[in-house]
Design a protein around this ligand. Structure first.
Ligand code: C5P
Length: 227
């Protein structure tokens, strides 16, 4: 079976909803992303329970702090046996190296990726905080992520070309995916097929699946459009 490119963002507010959803899911068809909301509410035990049902977990906590704090938090994250972890590239090279050092010490096989520019940012919102254009920033940050030796980046599908990193092993994980092009709070949305043809290795998709009347049918459609 091919490795699924689909990562479902489990952005539910209640554990019951998680289990209702997951009991119908085939763990070969997708990975699951546990983010700040569920992790803050239910903590590591939720991650462990999901893993015991065979799901690979992307722990999306987007660490961004001083290197020592990120090192210590990363140690705890890797101990959970997760499949993927992320940090904000804006935290700098030293902070990213601290997360890598933690991975080496735990001997974890988790992927470690850097968040470049949130897909909710536009050029205008970046300029309001004194930062230049998103294309340029995404490129600078992604190259730093690659130089430090992380496995890849989280970015918009539209950033992949301008980032310009061509190594096969460097992963592009892209949120902001929609089945039709209504974008919710993403500045720029892409269909699964578009994202993959722009070079996404994994797509992160939440509400179009989790809020659908027939999530399994939508998931099948998404999975088939990524091959
Ligand atoms: O529901 P939707 O498909 O918009 O899901 C978006 C998910 O992707 C959220 O969990 C959000 O935290 C995540 N995200 C991300 N990195 C970004 C933008 C969104 O991980 N740059």
């Amino acid at each position: 079976m091919l490795d699924s490119k689909v990562i479902i963002a489990l952005d539910y507010s209640d554990e019951k909803e998680v289990w209702q959803f997951c009991e119908r899911l085939d763990n070969n068809k997708c990975k699951l992303k546990v983010g700040k909301q569920l992790f803050t509410k239910y903590g590591p035990s939720l991650v462990e329970k999901l893993q015991s049902k065979g799901f690979k977990i992307f722990l999306d906590l987007k660490f961004h702090d001083i290197p020592t704090t990120v090192y210590k938090a990363s140690i705890e994250a890797y101990k959970l046996g997760i499949w993927m972890l992320n940090v904000h590239a804006l935290g700098g090279a030293e902070m990213m190296r601290a997360a890598l050092q933690a991975r080496d010490e735990i001997n974890s096989e988790s992927k470690l990726i850097g968040v470049t520019v949130l897909t909710s940012h536009s050029d205008e919102s970046l300029s309001r905080i004194g930062i230049g254009k998103r294309d340029n920033l995404a490129k600078i940050l992604a190259n730093q992520v690659s130089d430090v030796g992380l496995d890849g980046v989280v970015c918009s599908p539209s950033d992949i070309e301008s980032i310009g990193i061509r190594e096969e092993s460097f992963l592009f994980v892209t949120p902001g995916i929609r089945l039709s092009l209504d974008s919710d709070d993403h500045n720029n949305a892409f269909t699964p097929k578009q994202a993959c043809s722009l070079g996404a290795d994994y797509i992160v998709i939440g509400r179009p699946i989790t809020e659908s009347d027939d999530p399994m049918c939508i998931l099948d459609k998404v999975v088939s459009s990524t091959y």
